[in-house]
Ligand binder design. Structure first.
Ligand code: AMP
Length: 259
Protein backbone atom coordinates (compact mmCIF):
# COMPACT_ATOMS: atom_id res chain seq x y z
CA UNK A 1 0.00 0.00 0.00
CA UNK A 2 1.50 3.28 -1.11
CA UNK A 3 0.87 5.59 1.81
CA UNK A 4 1.64 9.12 0.80
CA UNK A 5 4.59 10.75 2.64
CA UNK A 6 4.90 14.10 0.89
CA UNK A 7 5.56 17.26 2.85
CA UNK A 8 2.41 18.83 1.42
CA UNK A 9 -1.09 17.50 1.88
CA UNK A 10 -2.57 15.74 -1.10
CA UNK A 11 -5.07 18.55 -1.48
CA UNK A 12 -2.23 20.96 -2.21
CA UNK A 13 -0.77 18.81 -4.93
CA UNK A 14 -3.98 18.37 -6.91
CA UNK A 15 -6.30 20.82 -8.55
CA UNK A 16 -9.79 19.68 -7.55
CA UNK A 17 -12.41 19.74 -10.30
CA UNK A 18 -16.04 18.64 -10.42
CA UNK A 19 -17.72 16.10 -8.21
CA UNK A 20 -18.04 12.59 -9.69
CA UNK A 21 -20.35 11.03 -7.16
CA UNK A 22 -21.07 10.17 -3.58
CA UNK A 23 -20.53 6.79 -1.94
CA UNK A 24 -21.40 5.37 1.47
CA UNK A 25 -18.49 7.05 3.19
CA UNK A 26 -17.37 9.96 1.10
CA UNK A 27 -17.39 12.12 -1.96
CA UNK A 28 -15.44 11.38 -5.11
CA UNK A 29 -14.03 14.29 -7.09
CA UNK A 30 -12.16 14.58 -10.33
CA UNK A 31 -8.73 16.17 -9.85
CA UNK A 32 -5.69 17.09 -11.91
CA UNK A 33 -2.09 16.36 -10.98
CA UNK A 34 0.66 18.85 -11.84
CA UNK A 35 1.68 16.47 -14.64
CA UNK A 36 -1.78 16.97 -16.15
CA UNK A 37 -2.92 13.43 -15.33
CA UNK A 38 -6.56 13.24 -14.29
CA UNK A 39 -7.39 11.17 -11.22
CA UNK A 40 -10.43 10.43 -9.05
CA UNK A 41 -10.06 11.37 -5.38
CA UNK A 42 -12.26 9.87 -2.69
CA UNK A 43 -12.32 11.83 0.58
CA UNK A 44 -13.72 10.24 3.69
CA UNK A 45 -14.47 12.47 6.65
CA UNK A 46 -13.59 10.68 9.85
CA UNK A 47 -16.89 11.58 11.52
CA UNK A 48 -18.62 9.51 8.79
CA UNK A 49 -16.91 6.41 10.20
CA UNK A 50 -19.45 5.20 12.73
CA UNK A 51 -17.93 1.99 14.00
CA UNK A 52 -15.22 -0.62 13.68
CA UNK A 53 -17.11 -2.27 10.80
CA UNK A 54 -16.94 0.93 8.70
CA UNK A 55 -13.23 1.17 9.38
CA UNK A 56 -12.75 -2.45 8.32
CA UNK A 57 -14.54 -1.72 5.00
CA UNK A 58 -12.41 1.35 4.27
CA UNK A 59 -9.19 -0.41 5.25
CA UNK A 60 -10.06 -3.40 3.04
CA UNK A 61 -10.91 -1.15 0.11
CA UNK A 62 -7.48 0.49 0.33
CA UNK A 63 -5.48 -2.65 1.08
CA UNK A 64 -7.17 -4.94 -1.41
CA UNK A 65 -7.37 -2.44 -4.28
CA UNK A 66 -3.72 -1.43 -3.75
CA UNK A 67 -2.65 -5.05 -3.88
CA UNK A 68 -4.32 -5.68 -7.24
CA UNK A 69 -2.90 -4.84 -10.62
CA UNK A 70 -5.20 -5.62 -13.53
CA UNK A 71 -6.24 -3.66 -16.64
CA UNK A 72 -9.93 -3.98 -15.67
CA UNK A 73 -9.65 -3.02 -12.01
CA UNK A 74 -9.39 0.61 -10.88
CA UNK A 75 -5.85 1.23 -9.58
CA UNK A 76 -5.21 3.10 -6.33
CA UNK A 77 -2.22 5.41 -6.79
CA UNK A 78 -1.80 6.64 -3.21
CA UNK A 79 -3.68 7.42 -0.04
CA UNK A 80 -3.39 9.72 2.93
CA UNK A 81 -4.71 9.28 6.46
CA UNK A 82 -4.63 12.66 8.22
CA UNK A 83 -7.64 14.79 9.11
CA UNK A 84 -9.47 12.92 6.32
CA UNK A 85 -8.83 9.60 4.62
CA UNK A 86 -8.05 10.45 1.00
CA UNK A 87 -7.74 7.86 -1.74
CA UNK A 88 -6.29 8.84 -5.12
CA UNK A 89 -7.21 6.46 -7.90
CA UNK A 90 -7.40 5.94 -11.61
CA UNK A 91 -10.09 8.10 -13.20
CA UNK A 92 -12.83 6.47 -15.26
CA UNK A 93 -14.21 9.26 -17.40
CA UNK A 94 -17.31 7.75 -18.96
CA UNK A 95 -19.64 6.88 -16.10
CA UNK A 96 -20.83 3.46 -15.02
CA UNK A 97 -22.29 0.42 -16.74
CA UNK A 98 -25.76 1.19 -15.36
CA UNK A 99 -25.92 4.52 -17.22
CA UNK A 100 -24.31 2.96 -20.27
CA UNK A 101 -27.05 0.32 -20.51
CA UNK A 102 -29.80 2.90 -19.80
CA UNK A 103 -28.51 5.08 -22.65
CA UNK A 104 -27.93 2.28 -25.11
CA UNK A 105 -31.07 0.26 -24.21
CA UNK A 106 -29.92 -2.78 -26.19
CA UNK A 107 -26.35 -3.99 -26.40
CA UNK A 108 -25.48 -6.26 -29.28
CA UNK A 109 -24.44 -9.78 -28.31
CA UNK A 110 -20.96 -8.93 -29.57
CA UNK A 111 -20.70 -5.87 -27.31
CA UNK A 112 -22.19 -7.69 -24.30
CA UNK A 113 -19.67 -10.51 -24.72
CA UNK A 114 -16.79 -8.07 -25.10
CA UNK A 115 -17.66 -6.19 -21.88
CA UNK A 116 -18.53 -9.35 -19.97
CA UNK A 117 -15.14 -10.86 -20.88
CA UNK A 118 -13.39 -7.80 -19.40
CA UNK A 119 -15.35 -8.07 -16.16
CA UNK A 120 -14.84 -11.84 -15.94
CA UNK A 121 -11.08 -11.50 -16.49
CA UNK A 122 -10.92 -9.04 -13.57
CA UNK A 123 -13.01 -11.28 -11.26
CA UNK A 124 -10.99 -14.34 -12.32
CA UNK A 125 -7.81 -12.49 -11.34
CA UNK A 126 -9.35 -11.55 -7.96
CA UNK A 127 -10.38 -15.14 -7.23
CA UNK A 128 -6.94 -16.43 -8.24
CA UNK A 129 -5.60 -14.08 -5.56
CA UNK A 130 -8.14 -15.25 -2.97
CA UNK A 131 -10.21 -12.07 -3.13
CA UNK A 132 -13.99 -11.95 -3.40
CA UNK A 133 -15.59 -8.62 -4.42
CA UNK A 134 -19.10 -9.28 -2.98
CA UNK A 135 -20.67 -6.15 -4.47
CA UNK A 136 -20.54 -6.67 -8.21
CA UNK A 137 -23.29 -4.64 -9.84
CA UNK A 138 -23.73 -2.32 -12.82
CA UNK A 139 -23.02 0.77 -10.68
CA UNK A 140 -19.62 -0.55 -9.59
CA UNK A 141 -18.33 -1.11 -13.10
CA UNK A 142 -16.92 2.08 -14.58
CA UNK A 143 -16.07 2.96 -18.16
CA UNK A 144 -12.68 4.56 -18.81
CA UNK A 145 -11.62 6.96 -21.57
CA UNK A 146 -10.55 4.08 -23.82
CA UNK A 147 -13.97 2.44 -23.75
CA UNK A 148 -12.89 -0.33 -21.36
CA UNK A 149 -14.70 -1.33 -18.19
CA UNK A 150 -13.03 -1.33 -14.79
CA UNK A 151 -14.29 -2.83 -11.55
CA UNK A 152 -14.41 -0.31 -8.68
CA UNK A 153 -15.56 -0.14 -5.06
CA UNK A 154 -13.91 -2.97 -3.15
CA UNK A 155 -15.43 -1.74 0.14
CA UNK A 156 -17.24 -5.04 0.73
CA UNK A 157 -14.48 -7.28 -0.60
CA UNK A 158 -12.63 -9.81 1.52
CA UNK A 159 -9.94 -12.45 1.44
CA UNK A 160 -11.04 -16.07 1.41
CA UNK A 161 -9.66 -19.59 1.51
CA UNK A 162 -11.24 -22.26 -0.67
CA UNK A 163 -11.95 -24.53 2.33
CA UNK A 164 -13.59 -21.86 4.50
CA UNK A 165 -17.05 -20.33 4.66
CA UNK A 166 -17.83 -16.60 4.87
CA UNK A 167 -20.75 -15.30 6.92
CA UNK A 168 -21.36 -11.61 6.24
CA UNK A 169 -24.49 -10.64 4.34
CA UNK A 170 -23.18 -8.26 1.68
CA UNK A 171 -24.11 -6.20 -1.32
CA UNK A 172 -27.32 -5.37 -3.15
CA UNK A 173 -30.05 -8.02 -2.71
CA UNK A 174 -30.78 -7.79 -6.47
CA UNK A 175 -27.38 -9.36 -7.12
CA UNK A 176 -27.14 -11.56 -4.02
CA UNK A 177 -27.01 -15.36 -4.21
CA UNK A 178 -29.56 -17.70 -2.55
CA UNK A 179 -27.05 -18.52 0.25
CA UNK A 180 -26.56 -14.83 1.01
CA UNK A 181 -30.23 -13.75 0.97
CA UNK A 182 -31.04 -16.69 3.25
CA UNK A 183 -28.25 -15.81 5.68
CA UNK A 184 -26.39 -19.11 5.20
CA UNK A 185 -22.58 -19.38 5.28
CA UNK A 186 -21.21 -19.27 1.75
CA UNK A 187 -18.05 -20.10 -0.16
CA UNK A 188 -15.71 -17.33 -1.30
CA UNK A 189 -16.35 -17.41 -5.07
CA UNK A 190 -19.98 -16.33 -4.56
CA UNK A 191 -19.31 -13.55 -7.12
CA UNK A 192 -20.24 -15.86 -10.01
CA UNK A 193 -23.92 -15.56 -9.04
CA UNK A 194 -23.71 -11.73 -9.28
CA UNK A 195 -21.92 -12.14 -12.60
CA UNK A 196 -24.88 -14.24 -13.80
CA UNK A 197 -27.22 -11.36 -12.87
CA UNK A 198 -24.88 -8.95 -14.65
CA UNK A 199 -24.70 -11.02 -17.83
CA UNK A 200 -28.49 -11.26 -17.87
CA UNK A 201 -28.84 -7.46 -17.63
CA UNK A 202 -26.15 -6.91 -20.28
CA UNK A 203 -27.86 -9.23 -22.72
CA UNK A 204 -31.54 -8.66 -21.94
CA UNK A 205 -31.59 -5.08 -20.59
CA UNK A 206 -33.68 -5.95 -17.51
CA UNK A 207 -33.01 -7.44 -14.07
CA UNK A 208 -33.59 -11.21 -13.75
CA UNK A 209 -34.93 -10.91 -10.19
CA UNK A 210 -37.02 -7.83 -9.44
CA UNK A 211 -39.58 -8.89 -6.81
CA UNK A 212 -42.03 -6.18 -5.78
CA UNK A 213 -40.89 -6.51 -2.20
CA UNK A 214 -38.02 -8.10 -0.34
CA UNK A 215 -40.00 -11.26 0.51
CA UNK A 216 -40.90 -11.96 -3.13
CA UNK A 217 -37.34 -11.15 -4.21
CA UNK A 218 -35.90 -13.64 -1.70
CA UNK A 219 -38.38 -16.25 -2.91
CA UNK A 220 -37.43 -15.69 -6.56
CA UNK A 221 -33.71 -15.86 -5.79
CA UNK A 222 -34.02 -18.89 -3.49
CA UNK A 223 -35.79 -20.90 -6.19
CA UNK A 224 -33.72 -19.48 -9.07
CA UNK A 225 -36.99 -18.33 -10.63
CA UNK A 226 -35.71 -15.57 -12.91
CA UNK A 227 -37.74 -13.71 -15.50
CA UNK A 228 -37.77 -15.76 -18.70
CA UNK A 229 -35.81 -13.80 -21.31
CA UNK A 230 -37.43 -12.91 -24.62
CA UNK A 231 -34.47 -14.22 -26.65
CA UNK A 232 -32.19 -17.20 -26.10
CA UNK A 233 -28.90 -15.20 -25.94
CA UNK A 234 -26.38 -16.65 -23.50
CA UNK A 235 -29.19 -18.62 -21.86
CA UNK A 236 -27.06 -21.72 -21.14
CA UNK A 237 -24.30 -19.76 -19.41
CA UNK A 238 -26.79 -17.62 -17.48
CA UNK A 239 -28.65 -20.74 -16.26
CA UNK A 240 -25.31 -22.27 -15.16
CA UNK A 241 -24.31 -19.13 -13.24
CA UNK A 242 -27.73 -18.79 -11.62
CA UNK A 243 -27.78 -22.34 -10.25
CA UNK A 244 -29.35 -22.24 -6.79
CA UNK A 245 -27.06 -25.05 -5.57
CA UNK A 246 -23.59 -23.45 -5.27
CA UNK A 247 -21.94 -26.86 -5.88
CA UNK A 248 -23.53 -26.97 -9.34
CA UNK A 249 -22.98 -23.29 -10.16
CA UNK A 250 -20.33 -22.38 -12.76
CA UNK A 251 -16.98 -21.49 -11.22
CA UNK A 252 -15.12 -18.42 -12.45
CA UNK A 253 -12.73 -20.71 -14.40
CA UNK A 254 -15.69 -22.32 -16.14
CA UNK A 255 -17.19 -18.91 -16.96
CA UNK A 256 -13.85 -17.61 -18.24
CA UNK A 257 -13.43 -20.72 -20.41
CA UNK A 258 -16.97 -20.64 -21.83
CA UNK A 259 -17.27 -19.98 -25.55
P1 AMP B 1 -18.00 4.85 -4.37
O1 AMP B 1 -17.88 5.50 -3.05
O2 AMP B 1 -16.76 4.07 -4.72
O3 AMP B 1 -19.28 4.08 -4.53
O4 AMP B 1 -18.06 6.05 -5.46
C1 AMP B 1 -19.15 6.94 -5.55
C2 AMP B 1 -19.35 7.40 -6.99
O5 AMP B 1 -18.20 8.13 -7.43
C3 AMP B 1 -19.49 6.26 -7.98
O6 AMP B 1 -20.83 5.87 -8.12
C4 AMP B 1 -18.94 6.84 -9.28
O7 AMP B 1 -19.96 7.57 -9.94
C5 AMP B 1 -17.90 7.84 -8.79
N1 AMP B 1 -16.56 7.24 -8.87
C6 AMP B 1 -15.97 6.43 -7.94
N2 AMP B 1 -14.74 6.06 -8.31
C7 AMP B 1 -14.53 6.66 -9.52
C8 AMP B 1 -13.42 6.64 -10.45
N3 AMP B 1 -12.29 5.95 -10.18
N4 AMP B 1 -13.55 7.34 -11.60
C9 AMP B 1 -14.69 8.02 -11.87
N5 AMP B 1 -15.76 8.08 -11.04
C10 AMP B 1 -15.69 7.40 -9.89
Amino acid sequence: VKRHHHKHNLKHRYEFLESLGKGTYGKVKKAKERSGRLVAVKSIRKEKIKDEQDLVHIRREIEIMSSLCHPHIITIYEFENKDKIVIVMEYASQGDLYDYICDKKNLSEYEARHFFRQIVSAVHYCHQNGIVHRDLKLENILLDGNGNFQIADFGLSNLYHSDEYLQTFCGSPLYASPEIVNGRPYRGPVDTWSLGVLLYTLVHGTMPFDGLNHKILVQQISTGNYRKPSKPSACGLIRWMLMVNPERRATIEEVAGHW
